[in-house]
Design a binder for this molecule. Sequence first.
Ligand code: HEM
Ligand code: HEM
Length: 145
Amino acid sequence: MDLPSFLWLWKIAAWSMGLSLLTYVLLGFSGIWMLNRRLSKRPRPAWLRPFHYIVGAILVFLVLLLLAIGVVGTLGYYGSLGHSPHLVAGLLVVALALTSAISATQINPKRTWARSLHIATNLLLFSGFVFVTLTGWTVVQKYLP
Ligand code: HEM
Ligand code: HEM
């Protein structure tokens, strides 16, 4: 496949990445807001939890989209995977995002471990995003004119 026709794919990747970082920030704010209300035993706005849930679903969708673009694009270009540490970084982010989303569905007063797991995976997810962005940025340089 020739390079210019491929660049648009990496542009979608870059935009999706920007959006997923935005959703991460929104999830951080709304999550800490919920935590704060729970600890101070004050009621939280009714929309807060659904908002956090929907934005979380969007984050999972974007991360899976990025995985699909990365795999399809790399297979299309090289015919194989694993050309840089970016593969490990990408798989790590996908695994963390899915663990976070699954643990989130388990959060309730009887299962306090689920909340700890959710918060811990999301803190790790931050480093994952940094790692995937830096390694992605490095491989993108090969395609730029
Ligand atoms: C992957 C997508 C995500 C989904 C589906 C999701 C969903 C949820 C759900 C259902 C809860 C439980 C709310 C409750 O107490 O009823 C929760 C709690 C929480 N989430 Fe997320 N979340 C996601 C990502 C994140 C991210 C990225 C962060 C931080 C950057 C975050 C921070 C928090 C925090 C701090 C709580 C604790 C709230 C509390 O202690 O009351 N979440 N999340
Ligand atoms: C959550 C975010 C992301 C995920 C899950 C992801 C996933 C992947 C995966 C699995 C591959 C195949 C790698 C291989 O087999 O060597 C890939 C390739 C690639 N990704 Fe990403 N990616 C993400 C973010 C990014 C970002 C932010 C950029 C650019 C700034 C980017 C640019 C690329 C490029 C250029 C390739 C081709 C690999 C190469 O030429 O060696 N990705 N991505």
